[in-house]
Write a protein that binds this ligand. Structure first.
Ligand code: NI
Length: 271
């Protein structure tokens, strides 16, 4: 599962491709200095939700304009759905007024369109996780284009929102994958805290691992296709809230900065 070398190469490519100022923020720990405009325009809707600039331009809608420069944020991300347990997770997230990021698999969006629509309707951020979950670097260019493009299309068709984020399955990416993601207008989202829920498959162990890895601005990898992961979420959310965290969609961690197409975020290692 861990693929250091391609990730490091992809990270270096992303850094080399980015302007210096961008590269600096992408790799560094934020020490408290706020650069740029943070909160953006806040537009209220009838339901009381607001749209923050930090949540991204298309798929992301933050529940409130959380300013991650001022408050302690953490991003929870859920891959491989939608699935049978996603609805339960959505209900829990709604009760906690919490928005997260879902990286959806195209063929599962076709299988569970109503759940995909609900994810979008409830204001969560949606990214592409390919159509069939392959190791992208092993594919030909056109196959990579197809895996990403078809999924983007089906998400747009079903939810009405156009994703501008993708997460390569297994975190497995390289220069070619990055270039094709860029061509399709998507940046690449990895993680720096893994729940390892797919191998733990134990509610208590998943909750303990996520809470032990919880740190400001971390991006946590989870999978809503496992019932134990969804069962661990009440404790995870309650404890994170008690520790003063705001759980946010991944791009909210960027404090208003926009990722370039093909750019990898976060960079700098795994847990
Ligand atoms: Ni996956």
């Amino acid at each position: 599962m861990r693929r250091w070398i391609p990730i490091m190469i992809a990270a270096m490519v992303a850094l080399a491709a980015a302007p210096p100022a961008t590269a600096g923020t992408a790799s560094g720990t934020v020490t408290g200095t706020v650069t740029g405009t943070v909160t953006g325009t806040v537009t209220g809707t009838a339901s009381g939700t607001t749209r923050g600039a930090a949540a991204g331009t298309t798929t992301g809608t933050a529940s409130k304009a959380v300013d991650c420069a001022r408050v302690k944020c953490i991003a929870l991300t859920f891959d491989d759905g939608p699935g049978r347990y996603t609805g339960k997770l959505l209900d829990l997230l709604r009760r906690h007024r919490t928005k997260v990021t879902f990286f959806l698999i195209g063929e599962r969006v076709e299988k569970y369109p109503a759940i995909a629509r609900k994810i979008a309707r409830e204001g969560h951020q949606i990214g592409v996780h390919t159509f069939t979950h392959p190791h992208l670097p092993t594919l030909l260019d056109d196959q990579i284009r197809d895996e990403l493009g078809r999924t983007k299309d089906v998400i747009r068709k079903v939810t009405g929102k156009e994703p501008d984020l993708m997460r390569p399955p297994y975190g497995d990416t390289d220069e070619r994958v990055g270039a094709i993601a860029a061509e399709l207008g998507m940046s690449q989202i990895l993680w720096n805290a893994s729940s390892r829920d797919w191998e733990l498959r134990d509610t208590d162990a998943i909750a303990r691992r996520v809470l032990s890895l919880a740190k400001r601005d971390r991006v946590v990898l989870m999978h809503d296709i496992w019932p134990q992961t969804v069962a661990a979420m009440p404790r995870i959310l309650k404890t994170l809230e008690k520790r003063g965290y705001h759980v946010v969609p991944v791009t909210s961690l960027l404090r208003g900065r926009h990722l370039a197409p093909g750019e990898v975020y976060p960079v700098g290692g795994w847990n």
